[in-house]
Design a protein around this ligand. Structure first.
Ligand SMILES: NC(=O)c1ccc[n+]([C@@H]2O[C@H](COP(=O)([O-])OP(=O)(O)OC[C@H]3O[C@@H](n4cnc5c(N)ncnc54)[C@H](OP(=O)(O)O)[C@@H]3O)[C@@H](O)[C@H]2O)c1
Length: 342
């Protein structure tokens, strides 16, 4: 038994495009850095609800143009694509704003508050013939490609169980965005989306979903656990919490062996392959090659798709984003969790 080599291409080899960043908050910094360090693309413009904040971000990253409104950003003719980095509650409106202005969009996870909003964004992109994709950066990482190959090749036999957890201590003393129902805060859309998306990556469509959640005083989920089942009867046992730091590991077990992903499964995790007698038989170390960041891979994939004239990414296709949103809708239905304005 031996782990396959990744087929993920080098982000530096993707063509360069001109990005506009919408919403210069925490994650926009990570994205701008990853584009600058690990791709041939450039962030050429930033849009904020405040000109001052746009200018501060532009100065930090040496960005040419700072716009004091999102409308001005999406109208910028020197921008090829918009990266939407606003809170979950705003993704739908901001993605539609960009598409309405004829701009392709890469939208942060969770792609929208619910599957209905996601469907509307993809329908609008389809109508305009524009590229749209969820910025689920992990799907583009080299070790996710290794996991996919292992699951597809039958190296660990028939997959029976996927375990994945994502817990970070972000509540009650973390960013306000996480606790606010009106911004679609809570653990599920922010953290749970990773285990749900990982299970979808390995198991494909869920045919059943069972969930339990603990809600905060303001009514978003603090801790959520989920069991998904696929058509073959394999299970995904998934959990997330914003109230504790958990190992953030993932395990894919099959009838002939298992994979263990550790060091945050959704980041630059190591992958260890065990046979069914629990012997370690192969290992792929964690970490990224020099000169790239985790987000460089998703930005490069988007640039490749854009230049090739594609409307969706083969690595993060619309159907997968919709399946993830549908699973999370069902989880919330079972927990009695709705966001204001839904
Ligand atoms: N991929 C990852 O690893 C990762 C990690 C963390 C977060 N995220 C995702 O990135 C998105 C943003 O998260 P973040 O942590 O960067 O949030 P953040 O620091 O609060 O930044 C969000 C930005 O959105 C803009 N915004 C637009 N409408 C807003 C509103 N109604 N309320 C507050 N801000 C608003 C704000 O910029 P202006 O007001 O200046 O325009 C703000 O700076 C979320 O979808 C989150 O899940 C992804």
């Amino acid at each position: 038994m031996k782990l396959p080599e990744t087929t993920t291409p080098d982000p530096h080899e993707a063509p360069g495009i001109r990005w506009g960043v919408l919403g210069p908050g925490g994650i926009a910094h990570t994205f701008a850095d990853a584009v600058a360090v690990g791709t041939a693309s450039t962030v050429v413009a930033v849009g904020s609800r405040s000109l001052d904040r746009a200018q501060t971000f532009a100065a930090e990253f040496g960005i040419d143009r700072a716009h004091g409104s999102y409308e001005a950003l999406v109208a910028d003719e020197g921008v090829d694509a918009i990266y939407v980095a606003s809170p979950h509650s705003e993704h739908h409106a901001h993605a539609l704003l960009a598409i309405g202005a004829g701009k392709p969009v890469l939208v942060e996870k969770a792609f929208a508050r619910n599957a209905a909003e996601a469907r509307e964004v993809f329908a609008a992109a389809n109508e305009r013939g524009l590229l749209a994709a969820e910025a689920m950066w992990s799907r583009h990482l080299p070790h996710y490609d290794v996991v996919r190959q292992v699951a597809e090749s039958g190296l660990i036999g028939e997959v029976t169980t996927v375990f994945a957890d994502h817990g970070q201590y972000l509540y009650p003393n973390g960013p306000a965005r996480l606790s606010q129902p009106e911004l679609a805060g809570g653990a599920l859309l922010d953290l749970g989306v990773y285990p749900v998306s990982f299970a979808d990556h390995v198991l494909g469509p869920a045919t059943s979903v069972h969930a339990a959640g603990t809600l905060t005083d303001l009514g978003v989920d603090a801790t959520t656990s989920i069991i998904v089942t696929n058509a073959a009867g394999a299970h995904g046992v998934l959990s997330c919490t914003m109230a504790a730091a958990t190992p953030c590991t993932a395990i894919v077990s099959g009838t002939a062996g298992r994979l263990e992903l550790s060091g945050t499964f959704y980041g630059a995790a190591s992958v260890r392959l065990f046979d069914r007698e629990h012997h370690l038989v192969d290992e792929r170390p964690g970490g990224l090659v020099d000169g790239v960041r985790g987000f460089s891979y998703e930005a490069a994939d988007f640039a490749r798709c854009l230049v090739a004239g594609r409307h969706e990414s083969a690595t993060m296709p619309w159907a997968a984003t919709l399946r993830v949103m549908e699973t999370m809708d069902e989880v919330r239905r079972q927990m009695g969790l709705r966001y204001p304005g839904e």
